[in-house]
Design a protein. Structure first.
Length: 219
């Protein structure tokens, strides 16, 4: 006689699988950045110089997709890896799909913003723009979702990393405050686009579990 798995157990198993998938994808992203920096360092940093974001250069606009994964030194990479992994884990616990959605939105929106406002002739590369996007996403999603737990999570992120992030927005030589600011704006936009739907009125049918972005992609 077979015994069916209780629904709650099935949900717990699926939730654990979703979290593992998210963490695996995060590990893959971090691993990719380290492999690329190893190759880059052997090539005298030519990859980060050739595949970074060059402001308002139409022939080079594709670099918004490559720049976040490239760094100018291992010191630069380490400085970005720690907060990237810390905040990435929190997002990854919602699954690989959510991590990829948030990351891609920040890369595209933040990258385009940097491409538009960075000084001419500058080469912008590194994951710091995504780090800023992760931070503001984690902070803003609690407001859009009206979730106390997510608000508390955002508060913890702010306490741990807030001072360092705010310091990095202040203009410093050799640091792209434009990339940081645009990444931060992109994180808020990502939180808005991926917010949970509000429950409908009793006569409007069951609530739709998908975010507005998921619903648009599914249509």
């Amino acid at each position: 006689m077979s015994v069916s798995t209780p629904p709650r157990s099935r949900i717990s198993v699926r939730q654990a699988q979703t979290q593992v998938e998210g963490l695996v994808v995060l590990g893959g992203i971090v691993g990719l950045m380290w492999v690329l920096e190893a190759i880059n360092s052997l090539d005298s940093n030519r990859i980060s110089q050739s595949d970074g974001i060059y402001a308002r250069n139409l022939d080079h606009i594709w670099a918004i997709f490559t720049a976040p994964f490239l760094h100018f030194s291992f010191q630069h990479l380490i400085a970005n890896t720690v907060p990237f992994a810390f905040m990435g884990v929190i997002i990854a616990l919602k699954g690989a799909r959510r991590l990829l959605q948030v990351t891609l939105l920040i890369i595209v929106i933040g990258g385009l913003g940097t491409w538009l406002i960075a000084p001419s002739g500058t080469d912008t590369a590194g994951a710091s723009g995504v780090v800023f996007g992760y931070a503001t996403y984690l902070f803003a999603r609690g407001f859009f979702n009206r979730s106390v737990l997510e608000l508390l999570t955002g508060l913890v992120v702010g306490v741990v990393w807030g001072g360092a992030l705010l310091y990095s927005i202040v203009p410093h030589y050799g640091i792209s405050w434009q990339g940081h600011a645009c990444g931060a704006v992109a994180g808020v936009i990502a939180a808005y686009l991926l917010r949970r739907d509000r429950p409908g009125k009793p006569d409007s049918g069951p609530p739709q579990p998908m975010s507005p972005l998921d619903r648009a992609l599914a249509s």
